[in-house]
Ligand binder design. Sequence first.
Ligand code: NDP
Length: 337
Amino acid sequence: NRQILLASRPKGAPTDNNFRLVESTKPEPKDGEILLKTIYLSLDPYMRGRMSDAKSYADPVALNQVMVGGTVAQVEVSHHDKFAVGDWVLNQSGWQDYSVSNGKDVMPLGKNPRHPSYALGIMGMPGFTAFMGLLDIGKPQAGETVVVAAATGPVGATVGQIAKIKGCKAMGIAGGAEKCRYAVETLGFDACIDRKADNFAEQLANACTDGIDVYYENVGGKVFDAVLPLLNTSARIPVCGLVSQYNATALPSGPDRMGMLMGTILTKRIKMQGFIIFDDYADRYNEFAQAMSQWLKEGKIHYREQMIEGLEQAPQAFIGMLEGKNFGKLVVKVNEP
Ligand code: NDP
């Protein structure tokens, strides 16, 4: 049973040294328990927060414990009357080959799901996050302009495509020309601006000719600086994530912009609201799942995965994601089904 443990807490960007791969004996399920073999492991930006012991909405991973993570697994041994050998499930097994569960908090995915790994992405946590944040907090109206960064990742890509379904103008922001091209040509964004371009703020202003009505906040930092002056009166900002800040060890240098931020919120009557998907919306998962499976069936939503082979690759893939090296939903194939 290979496991990746949190070996030490990162200062700034995580490195390989923060992780340790160990071998342990395969756990044995007792009566009422199941043994789960991990097939797919999801890598998500929130894991950076769990590596840190700063106070947050969730407890950190303890040192020398298995890294947390959503997994799609198969039942290898069952002593539980609700699960049979071979069943697919969604679980939080973390970064390891095997885990034992009493079946609580394990979501069945059936005997033969068409795309089992989708439960970690478009049909799972990131898709649900995009859906609720945009529709419940962003409240986009047809004809409005919606802006989202990390536009080719699982959250941003879904936000942009739902915005189009709702009749909005969708403006993406992504890292590099290839991602921007994909956002426009495949995902259907009206435009996508490269956040790494020298004149990024100017390009964004030129693209948002009618200002910005909904800014779905995934990244913070320089992107938010460029968005702030473009916000329209009564704009909404669902605050979903701040990935540009997750490795930060101090506040950015430069002038204090807090006064400008508060002034904009006041004079433009901006509504800005943070949310944590399962804490705030757990009871609305079915509403999302129904809508999303319908859109997928109708071909209205495209979904891109980046599949990494092998558990031992997880640390590097995760470190890269925080710098934008991933292109699509990052999933590790841990074992063959
Ligand atoms: P992604 O797969 O999109 O990965 C993160 C992306 O962030 C990178 O690919 C990169 O995209 C972008 N990025 C990295 N560094 C920077 C930077 N310095 N400035 C701007 N962009 C940067 O992640 P997800 O779709 O899974 O998650 C998107 C956001 O949603 C994250 O902030 C995450 O924490 C948040 N989230 C929040 C939840 C909640 O409950 N509130 C639940 C799930 C996710 P690019 O190269 O294109 O810029």
